[in-house]
Design a protein around this ligand. Sequence first.
Ligand code: AKB
Length: 318
Amino acid sequence: MKETVLVIGASGQIGTELVMRLREIYGDSHVIASDIKDAAEVVMQSGPFENLDAMDGSRLTEIVKQYKVTQVYLLAAMLSATAEQHRDFAWKLNMESLFHVLNLAKDGIIKKVYWPSSIAVFGPTTPRQNTPQFTVMEPDTVYGISKQAGERWCEYYNKKFNVDVRSIRYPGLIGWKAAPGGGTTDYAVHIYHEALKHGKYESFLGPETTLPMMYMPDAIRATVDLMETASENVKIRSSYNVAGFSFNPEDIAAEVKKHIPEFEISYAPDYRQQIANSWPQSIDDSHARSDWGWAHQYDLADMTNDMLLNLRKQLQVS
Ligand code: AKB
């Protein structure tokens, strides 16, 4: 049977790139992009797009039935920094959307679900170096609590109702094709834009704030590989740790300087510093590596080369 995929949150940082990759795999007309706002031109032009509020369960069911959707990727969410400003709404969006999708799978209307978790599920009492897959998890952010609760529900729906749900705990994600929004790790995208446009950047995290990060091509590959692997390889149904590399604002600034020697960074830590301080600095992803063959490819130097090369063209700066 031909798979038909629905991506909810297709206009976001991950959605923009994931839709295009899924269209390569399944064919343009078999990947339905959806969001409350229009997606990037390339997404809108290359296949179907539906306006969808992820909290609207009836509209979601209508779209799923109309297109005979077999898999749903639920990317719509409010991220860590914005969620602290809009607690009630963040909880509602992040949880209601997940229940709508899990229930469609429980009722046999769709076959497979992808739902992203985050390193935000960890908290200040978690070991911060090489954070294990199974460890103390006491998140103290709204976003982290919603992701932790979501993980528990994913595992519950798998155990009780045999729902084929798969998930990754994303680290900070960096890409040039679409802008991030509302995250604590977003500084690592802004820095490249500002370096090219203005030759300087004021970081909202302090110089030594080391966090786990990943370049978007690796994140897209991890997501698709996890969804494509045989069900028996997916031994963890809460969410998998995956790692790329770790750096802090000082490290990335030094890397940018290799390409733009006049680049200057300054620091003005704000409320996001406290969020970052509660997260791991590096991640042990050995379960993902042994269960479904995960291996990252990009490091900080490769990513910086590629980001600057592509952003120079996109922003039309020399
Ligand atoms: C955020 O900063 O909120 C996200 C995340 C780590 O999940 N990028």
